[in-house]
Design a protein around this ligand. Structure first.
Ligand SMILES: Cc1cc2nc3c(=O)[nH]c(=O)nc-3n(C[C@H](O)[C@H](O)[C@H](O)COP(=O)(O)OP(=O)(O)OC[C@H]3O[C@@H](n4cnc5c(N)ncnc54)[C@H](O)[C@@H]3O)c2cc1C
Length: 387
């Protein structure tokens, strides 16, 4: 067993860390949280520096990095700037993965080189207002046109991250009216955002302000059949195994936020005084720090293990979910302890701790709720399905 990263991976981490230090000052990141803007210029810089091609095949201009490389980059970005870490996970990691696995040659050459150049952004639309956990209750329907060349999409999606700035909305639709099972008859369409009949409404949220999420309405939206990704009616079975592995990337985002909270808390403890000494002398706060570090390290080991398994081409759904369950709980707990250590200042917007706390909270809800992660693990351990 070898716990060391390779020399290349250490250099990759240093390179991203330097990019973040030089290009993403804390003040700017705070500003983004207020304006809710997407940092397009920085995204383009990431493309110019070759970061956006990291997981992509050399054939399409990428550098063929592994899942472990992805985790390193995501962790470092999330430590400072979620506005880049989240699209890097969704637009680059996930889109490259699904288009590479399921796309036709034409789709691959249309989409993937553009991802690498920063030319397009994407989002994934599964959830509907009727429920995200029970995602198979979805009703958005795509009907074939009479000439069979197009789909006509009607319905709506809810809480879709980055929909307002995406060029393509990867939309899960029903393509069978009366499927024998709820998981049958689902297809994935790459819907251009500027299609006639689409309306997008941003929703106000608690954290992660610079990666807005939206409600999308589709009213008789015409989508070319060339934009069907994978097999018609078989989308659920084709996409789910690919998405399960992505939980590792979301675990890495939790790790980045938690590490930032940990470092800020430790620094604050060495500066703030009470009863004539700095507060890092108080044993109970020292114990908080010990707990924070232990939780972060445990989450990191599970995340790196899941990333390593995927890098080795092994089955990863269980381990990626374990990592995600641990990290989504961990970031909630670590940022809460961080706030406790900063006392009243932790609850002000003068410090970043409240942002870490807001940003980290959502991972117990999305992309998967804590309860559903536990259901998945219990079922994988042979327990009967509880719902
Ligand atoms: C910030 C954010 C970004 C998002 N981005 C996207 C996106 O880009 N694309 C997308 O498609 N969706 C997105 N979502 C939606 C997200 O995936 C859902 O919010 C999530 O799956 C939960 O669904 P829900 O909100 O409908 O809650 P519900 O499904 O209504 O769940 C409510 C509660 O019931 C519990 N529950 C439900 N069923 C069970 C069960 N069988 N056993 C035990 N407990 C159960 C849940 O765990 C939860 O605690 C996003 C959500 C948020 C908050």
């Amino acid at each position: 067993m070898d716990f060391e990263f390779s020399e290349e991976q250490k250099i990759l981490r240093q390179t991203v860390r330097r990019f973040v230090e030089e290009q993403c000052p804390r003040e700017y990141v705070r500003e983004l949280d207020h304006t809710g803007e997407f940092p397009q210029a920085l995204w383009q810089k990431m493309a110019d520096l070759g970061f956006l091609g990291l997981p992509v095949s050399g054939k399409y201009g990428g550098s063929e990095g592994t899942m472990l490389d992805m985790v390193i980059v995501i962790e470092e970005l999330a430590k400072r700037i979620l506005a880049l870490a989240i699209p890097f996970t969704n637009t680059i990691g996930l889109t490259n993965k699904v288009v590479s696995a399921l796309g036709t040659e034409d789709q691959k050459s249309r989409i993937i080189p553009q991802l690498v150049k920063g030319g397009i952004k994407t989002c994934f639309a599964w959830t509907e207002a009727s429920g995200g956990t029970d995602v198979l209750s979805m009703r958005t329907y795509a009907e074939r046109s009479q000439d069979g060349k197009k789909y006509i999409v009607n319905g709506s999606k809810m809480f879709i991250t980055l929909a307002h700035i995406s060029d393509h909305i990867f939309t899960m639709v029903r393509t069978l009216r009366n499927p024998p099972k709820k998981s049958h008859g689902i297809s994935c369409l790459m819907v251009p955002r500027n299609s006639s009949g689409i309306s997008i409404h941003p929703i106000e949220k608690v954290g992660q302000k610079s990666t807005g999420f939206c409600e999308i309405h589709f009213e008789n939206v015409e989508v070319s059949r060339e934009n069907l990704l994978g097999e018609e009616n078989n989308g659920w079975y084709q996409l789910i195994p690919l998405l399960n592995g992505e939980r590792t990337c979301f675990s890495a985002i939790c790790l980045g936020i938690a590490q930032a909270a940990f470092e800020d808390a430790v620094r604050y403890m060495s500066e703030r005084t009470a009863f004539g000494k700095t507060i890092n002398h108080f044993q109970i706060l020292q114990h908080y720090v010990a707990d924070m570090k232990t939780m972060i390290d445990a989450g990191q080991l599970l995340t790196y293990k899941a990333a390593w398994l995927e890098t080795m081409g092994k089955q990863v759904s269980f381990e990626a979910t374990e990592a995600y369950l641990a990290c989504s709980n961990m970031v909630h707990r670590v940022t809460d302890l961080g706030m406790q250590i900063l006392g009243g200042y932790g609850y002000t917007t003068e410090f970043d701790m409240e942002r870490y706390w807001r940003d980290g909270r959502v991972f117990r809800i999305s992309p998967m709720t804590t309860e559903m992660a536990k259901n998945f693990l219990a079922q994988s351990l042979g327990m009967p399905r509880s719902y």
